[in-house]
Design a binder for this molecule. Sequence first.
Ligand code: UAG
Ligand code: ATP
Length: 491
Amino acid sequence: MNTAELLSSLKIKQLYGTLPEEVTAIHNDSRRSVPNSIFICTRGFTVDSHDFFQQAIDNGASVIIAEKKLDVDLSKAALVVVNDTYKATAILANHFYDFPSTKMKLFGVTGTNGKTTVTNLIHSLLQKDGRKSAVSGTIGVELSDEKITSANTTCDALTNQRILQHALDQDIDHMAMEVSSHGLSQGRLWGVDFDIVVFTNLTHDHLDYHDTMEQYGYAKGLLFAQLGQDMTKTKYAVLNQDDAWFDTYRAATAAEIISYSLQSPADFQAENIRYYPEKTVFTLQSPEGSYTVSMNLLGEFNVYNVLAAIAALYAHGASVKHLVQFIGKLPPVDGRMDKVDIDAPISMYIDYAHTPDAIEKAIDSVVPFKENRLIFMVGTGGDRDEYKRPAMAEKASRADYVILTVNDPRFEEEEAILHDMEKGMKHANYAMIADRKEAISHAIEQSEPGDILIFAGKGQEDYQIIEDTKYPHSDRKIVEEQSLLKYGSLE
Ligand SMILES: CC(=O)N[C@H]1[C@@H](OP(=O)(O)OP(=O)(O)OC[C@H]2O[C@@H](n3ccc(=O)[nH]c3=O)[C@H](O)[C@@H]2O)O[C@H](CO)[C@@H](O)[C@@H]1O[C@H](C)C(=O)N[C@@H](C)C(=O)N[C@H](CCC(=O)O)C(=O)O
Ligand SMILES: Nc1ncnc2c1ncn2[C@@H]1O[C@H](COP(=O)(O)OP(=O)(O)OP(=O)(O)O)[C@@H](O)[C@H]1O
């Protein structure tokens, strides 16, 4: 691409040296720089990559974008100084990839819990409706036949544009993106032009990063404010009317609101909900009439998630009748109240709950058909929001027997994580077992026919992070092995 044309999108404070005529790539990681590329320096939380410009030049970068004058050998690369390199990243990425988000229907989903579930539901419903769709979030980026792993739920501004363009190259013109509060507050979504945005809920999480619930709520609200004022493009915000932040987010956007609720009349309302071990049935009141929804997803929280997905697709123009038919055919989302299909006299579910609210909701989802005991295993990660740990255990105390364990210890002492959680326990029927495999096998060992077991915190993840290394780990595999050991002879 022509360099001068590309850089004309920026307010340049100083240009040192001569711009090359063409550049072929943009990078924000000096280790990945290639010949004839732009390298953008940023002040990160961990390092300041203004320190790495020389590595980028050694790798062939011919333009360095920075916030200050650097000692660049101008015979090798030009130096461009701007006010804010994070903003410059978003602007340049949009121009370089030619505004891919404006050429597709983009759904953004934010909220403390339910983002992965709702984005995957939207993605599956779009595909069932014959659309070419992609999905991105905690479980990576899924394009037609390609899965790309990502370091974050919400990728950085440059990666987002690259992925959107990559999707368009594969003729994918619909995408559902998980939008994290970290992503919003760090500007990773700048320049991503969403058409339909969805809010699930806001409860305690990430206060190590946002400090207060107000700041956390404000960060989430950026998604709605960033829908913009341009009325030439129809946009919608799908909001949970039962959440305390509904009015704030409604006021934050000029876009039309589509509401959903379980508690009061809304555009989409669920009534008469019946819970079963393998399905949930409810009556849906919608702008197109009343329907019976029967779905393979469990629990009240998934009724909220399904309402959100149906409302988002309705905003997109889909018929509610068809959506209800499609919903009935979808399997549960991987690792979210996902029943383990094994011949044993106990019911076992793999779940991803790792916030107090999600734990409460996971337990709520089995209470209606619980006949014997509920054994609940729950863990939390090291080096992350320690304030939520006692609250998690307090919610888990509703189970008859609780096993406190660890998700990803990272660099933190496992015992310290367990003791933080223990402070919230409301009864004495619990064990603390840091080793996740041992914790699972203890849960199954304790079980008796008729019990329900929930293994929460890791969902479908196939690794555990110890220090900064990912080791292979699968709750599902261990659950299957251990339950065969105890109940295998019954088959
Ligand atoms: C605290 C935090 O959010 N950190 C994010 C931040 O990293 P950072 O500022 O520390 O980056 P850095 O390591 O200082 O690097 C700065 C720059 O130098 C570059 N660099 C670095 C080294 C080098 O040799 N050369 C070089 O050029 C890097 O490529 C980068 O561009 O920017 C990075 C790029 O966007 C993110 O990957 C990183 O997320 C880290 C991995 C993380 O764990 N974040 C969590 C808290 C997070 O964002 N979570 C949410 C989900 C939350 C939820 O569960 O809902 C998410 O969206 O993932
Ligand atoms: N709408 C909801 N309300 C409350 N809890 C929910 C809701 N949806 C899912 N959960 C709970 O939260 C867990 C995680 O769900 P999901 O992965 O969809 O959320 P998420 O927002 O993507 O989480 P993360 O940001 O940590 O990836 C589920 O396993 C379930 O226990």
